[in-house]
Ligand binder design. Structure first.
Ligand code: NDP
Length: 310
C-alpha cells in the first residue's frame, strides 16, 4: 500500500513543491501517492501550511504526522483536533536567509547607516561608530535561527548575549536563561533581536516593564512574531526616546493595517514579513527525510512540544 502524502498549503506552492517532494520521496525508496486532494481517512502525512486552510484533523484517522512547511507553528500547535506528532521546519535555506537579514540590520544600526546614508542634510557630523567588540547585541531566542544568527554576529566580534528558556553553552556567546537572565540580557541590549516563537509564555515579552530595562536609545529588531511586543508600549517607548529605533518584520495583524501608527513613525522601519522564508529545495529534503525516518521506524526530527507551543 502506498504512503499517502497530502499537500495542504496555498495552491501557488504546489507546482513548486510537487516535483521536489516527488524527487525526494522517490530517492527515499518509498512507494507513495502525493496529491493536494486525498480522502482524509487515507492520508498518512500532511505537508502543512496554514494557508491550506486545514483546521479539523478529526477525519484523518490514519494520520501519522503533520509536517509543517513553516518554522513558526503558533497557528497549529494549539489545534486540539491534532493528536499525532507535529514537526516544524528547520531548513538551512531559511536559517541562512534569517542570518543575513539579522546581521544586515544589526550592522545598519551599529554603523548608524540611517543617519549617514538616508539623512543628507548637509551637516558634517563625523561620529565614528565604535568597533563591534564595543557593541552589545542581545538575542532573545537561541533556537535554530537565533543560535546561528548569534554565532554569525560573534564571528564579526560583536559582544553577543543570548537568552533562552533552557540553559545553553555556546562558544563565544554569553548565554543566559530564566527571569533573572532576561533582565540581565535586556539591561545591556544596545541592539536587541527577537527570535522567539509566539507562545503563551512569550506574548508581550516586550512590555512597559521590560522595555524600561533597556539602555536608553536601544534599537529593536523583530523578525520573530508580532505578539512578542506590546505595540502600545513600544510606541510609547519610541516617543520618549527610551527605544531609539525599531525594525519590525512581523505584526499581530498581517499585512500591517495601512492606518497603523508604525507605518508613519519616524523611528520605525516596517518590513513585510520578509526576514526569511522556507526555501523549497532544502525544505522538501527535510520533509522527505522525516517521512522516510517515520516509515523506517526512526524518530521524527524537529518535533514540536505541544505543551510549550514550539
Ligand atoms: P526554535 O524553536 O528553534 O527556537 C526558539 C527559541 O526560543 C529557543 O531557544 C527557545 O528556548 C526560546 N524560547 C521559547 N520559549 C521561550 C520562553 N518562554 N522563554 C525563553 N526562551 C524561550 O525556533 P526557530 O529559531 O527556528 O524560530 C524562531 C521563530 O522565528 C519562529 O518561531 C518564528 O516565529 C520566527 N520566524 C520568522 C520568520 C520571518 O520571516 N520573520 C521566518 C522563520 C521563523 P530553548 O532553546 O531553551 O528551548
Amino acid at each position: 500500500m502506498p504512503v499517502n502524502v497530502l499537500f495542504s498549503a496555498r495552491p501557488a506552492l504546489w507546482p513548486v513543491y510537487e516535483p521536489l517532494l516527488t524527487k525526494g520521496l522517490t530517492e527515499a525508496g518509498l512507494d507513495f501517492h502525493l496529491a493536494t486532494d486525498i480522502d482524509p481517512d487515507q492520508v498518512d502525512y500532511v505537508v502543512y501550511a496554514p494557508s491550506g486552510g486545514l483546521l479539523d484533523f478529526t477525519p484523518y484517522t490514519r494520520l501519522k504526522a503533520v509536517l509543517s512547511l513553516w518554522a513558526g507553528v503558533e497557528k497549529i500547535a494549539g489545534n486540539e483536533t491534532l493528536t499525532v506528532p507535529l514537526a516544524r521546519m528547520v531548513d538551512h535555506g531559511l536559517t541562512q536567509g534569517m542570518t543575513e537579514w539579522v546581521v544586515g540590520h544589526v550592522l545598519r544600526y551599529h554603523l548608524g547607516m540611517d543617519q549617514h546614508i538616508t539623512v543628507q542634510d548637509g551637516v558634517w557630523t563625523p561620529d565614528v561608530p565604535p568597533l563591534a567588540p564595543e557593541r552589545q547585541v542581545c538575542i532573545l531566542g537561541l533556537g535554530a535561527l537565533g543560535q546561528v544568527a548569534a554565532r554569525a554576529l560573534a564571528a564579526l566580534n560583536f559582544d553577543v548575549t543570548g537568552w533562552s528558556r533552557t540553559a545553553k553553552d555556546i562558544p563565544g556567546i554569553t548565554c543566559l536563561h530564566g527571569d533573572d537572565g532576561l533582565h540581565a540580557t535586556l539591561a545591556q541590549a544596545e541592539i536587541l533581536v527577537l527570535l522567539l516563537p509566539d507562545t503563551p509564555a512569550t506574548e508581550h515579552i516586550l512590555n512597559p516593564d521590560t522595555l524600561a530595562l533597556l539602555p536608553k536609545g536601544a534599537c529593536i529588531i523583530n523578525p520573530g512574531r508580532g505578539p512578542l511586543i506590546d505595540d502600545d508600549a513600544l510606541l510609547a517607548a519610541l516617543n520618549t526616546g527610551q527605544v531609539g529605533h525599531a525594525t519590525l518584520d512581523v505584526f499581530r495583524v498581517e499585512p500591517l493595517p495601512v492606518d497603523h501608527p508604525y507605518w508613519a513613525h519616524p523611528n520605525v522601519t516596517v518590513t513585510p514579513h520578509i526576514a526569511s522564508e522556507t526555501r523549497p529545495v532544502t525544505a522538501a529534503q527535510v520533509i522527505c527525510d522525516n517521512i522516510r525516518r517515520s516509515e523506517a521506524g526512526e524518530p521524527f526530527l524537529h518535533l514540536v512540544d505541544r505543551s510549550l507551543g514550539y
